[in-house]
Ligand binder design. Structure first.
Ligand code: SF4
Ligand code: SF4
Ligand SMILES: [Zn+2]
Length: 136
């Protein structure tokens, strides 16, 4: 599993260790290179990921993501999982399980589909829940 921000063609770079769909985020490649990036260069404005305990835990264990860990869902993840479920209707533990079952390429395709507006065919942010142009 690469942890450099260079190989964007590698679908693993688009998925955070915790199961977040990194490349669906509007700031991906704008001010954040995803949670796997280790480049502390000027393009990285979102630096909080380097203090993330879940990210560090996955890396320390030599895993790709929490879906490969027998402790899913551990106490470290629970507040984040709760927040994502409540605010964004995103089940991060299930994301991890599905990345493990489907593989990252197929799972990313499913996410792209999920966050493409059926009306205007444009991608929308997972954090918006639905296309903001075609509301409701
Ligand atoms: S919780 Fe950690 S690994 Fe997950 S998206 Fe946030 S910074 Fe990245
Ligand atoms: S499930 Fe918990 S213990 Fe396992 S790698 Fe993820 S954060 Fe670490
Ligand atoms: Zn739309």
């Amino acid at each position: 599993m690469p942890t450099s921000n260079a190989p964007f063609s590698d679908p693993n770079c688009e998925i955070a260790m915790c199961g977040v769909y990194c490349s669906g985020c509007p700031v991906y490649r704008v001010r954040c290179y995803g949670c796997r990036s280790q480049d502390h260069g000027s393009l990285q404005k979102r630096t909080s990921k380097w203090n993330c305990k879940k990210r560090a835990c996955v890396l320390e264990k030599g895993l790709s993501h929490c879906g490969e860990c027998s402790k899913l869902s551990c106490a470290l993840r629970r507040p984040l999982e709760k927040r994502y479920l409540q605010q964004y209707h995103i089940d991060l533990a299930e994301n991890c399980r599905q990345v493990k079952i489907q593989g990252s390429k197929l799972w990313l395709e499913s996410q792209k589909k999920r966050y493409t507006c059926p009306k205007c065919r444009q991608a929308f942010s997972p954090y918006d829940l639905r296309c903001q142009k075609c509301l409701p």
